[in-house]
Design a protein around this ligand. Structure first.
Ligand SMILES: [Zn+2]
Ligand SMILES: [Zn+2]
Length: 344
């Protein structure tokens, strides 16, 4: 077994083990803004219980609450849910269930981190009323907003997310982070302060903060999609509504996306010609850039984002070490804008 520091098993090993574990799993996400007195203690509690149930995922805990993306073996689902309902901080929290299941595992390990905030927004929460959020939009209302020429629909996610999928006619700011988005949007919508505005994001958590922030910035009619795109996709199916989301919903797990409509709206970053919306991480670990590739290009380039990456990855170890230091700043020729995934 490949062991890294402190007896932890390597990512490769984790992946191999997770893939060998074929028990069906349910992929869910949930969040809640709730006062957590001792985040470290809370984290330890989660870790003990969830690892005993063989859950995988990425979870952030802070004084302000919890933000979780994870999967649960179906055989333990009832136990998992019973435990959640027994916790005062979590009781009744709405789960958002992933659309595509069992295709490939959404996570390979369980990571629970204590953070200062559950979403990195760069805002000082003491300077505005974070509880003054917008009211929710149902999927049906969201569709009405999209059809309403006087309403403005804003995608609160990053460029690499909206690139592969977004609501018809939505404004999709060209930003790499949520922090940046919160700076850009009030400025961009400045002249629309009294118009109807609908915000949306992946699972709804970013809009809680964003709607309060916009209201603080003088916007009078801000609402946001409840449960985000994930819940919208479910409700649309269940209620037989018209789906107005085009393409894929980018998700922050190993799958990197859930297909919502059959339409492919993005273009391959390598050939810039073929329609494609599958994200890959460059196989060169020192690059690891996120890119969209068509089947032909991915096959031709062997999973690398560029010929240069393929070349340097085959270099001898000492040379690679040297590359690693200068790679992203100097050496790599960039065929497209560099993006690395950060937790959102
Ligand atoms: Zn291509
Ligand atoms: Zn690369």
């Amino acid at each position: 077994m490949a062991v890294t520091q402190q007896g932890k098993i390597s990512r490769h090993e984790q992946k191999a083990r997770a893939e060998a574990d074929t028990r069906p799993r349910r992929t869910i996400s949930f969040y809640r803004y709730v006062q957590i007195a001792d985040p470290k203690l809370f984290r330890d509690r989660l870790l003990t219980v969830w690892s005993s149930l063989d859950c995988f995922g990425r979870i952030y805990v802070a004084h302000e609450g919890i933000n979780a993306q994870m999967n649960v073996p179906l055989m333990y689902w009832d136990q998992f849910d019973a435990w959640i309902q027994s916790q005062p901080e979590l009781r009744g929290v709405p789960y958002k269930v992933a659309v595509e299941e069992h295709e490939k595992p959404s996570f390979y390990k369980l990571t629970i981190k204590v953070r200062s905030k559950i979403v990195a927004d760069g805002l000082d929460d003491s300077t505005f009323d974070v509880t003054d959020t917008g009211t929710y939009l149902t999927p049906e209302e969201m569709n009405q907003y999209i059809d309403d020429p006087d309403a403005i629909v804003v995608d609160m996610r990053n460029n690499y997310e909206s690139e592969v999928g977004h609501f018809t006619g939505a404004i999709t700011p060209d930003v790499d982070t949520f922090r940046e988005e919160l700076q850009v949007v009030p400025e961009q919508l400045r002249v629309h302060k009294n118009q109807k505005i609908a915000l949306y994001c992946t699972g709804g958590i970013r809009c809680e903060k964003a709607s309060a922030w916009l209201k603080h910035n003088g916007f009078t009619n801000v609402r946001h999609l409840k449960g985000g795109i994930i819940e919208y996709a479910h409700q649309v199916k269940q209620q037989g509504l018209v789906n107005k989301f085009r393409g894929k919903n980018f998700v922050f797990d190993e799958r990197l996306g859930e297909r919502i409509s059959d339409e492919v709206i993005a273009t391959c970053h390598l050939c810039r010609k073929a329609k494609a919306d599958t994200h890959y991480h460059c196989k060169n670990q020192i690059c690891h850039a996120l890119f969209i590739g068509c089947d032909a290009c991915v096959k031709k380039q062997g999973g690398y984002c560029s010929r240069w990456c393929a070349l340097t990855d085959k270099a001898p170890a000492p040379l690679k070490k040297w590359f690693a230091r200068y790679y992203n700043a100097w050496l790599r020729q960039r065929p497209f804008k560099k993006t690395r995934l950060k937790a959102s």
